[in-house]
Design a protein around this ligand. Sequence first.
Ligand code: SF4
Length: 88
Amino acid sequence: MSRANDFLGMVEALKNVAFPTAIVEATADEKLKICLTCPHGKNGNRCETTAKHVSKVTGQTITSTGGCGCSFTLLHRQGRKKCHLNRW
Ligand code: SF4
């Protein structure tokens, strides 16, 4: 993912926050539902860069990396940047 693409995604997100549409908000809701089930998104506000979760198989605590650190408000209202873990 290039920085230019990230920048353009941020511009798109800011436009969509300022001028929301039904389709963008519906898509954002769907992405948020997925993120809230992810160890990186449990705080409900942003994609944490690292997250801890308990393995259902081993019961051990696992530290996962790969979250982007972005605010959900912006991340979910643009179409250029994808989930780094390919969940959406
Ligand atoms: S963007 Fe991806 S990695 Fe980040 S919280 Fe959402 S589903 Fe998890």
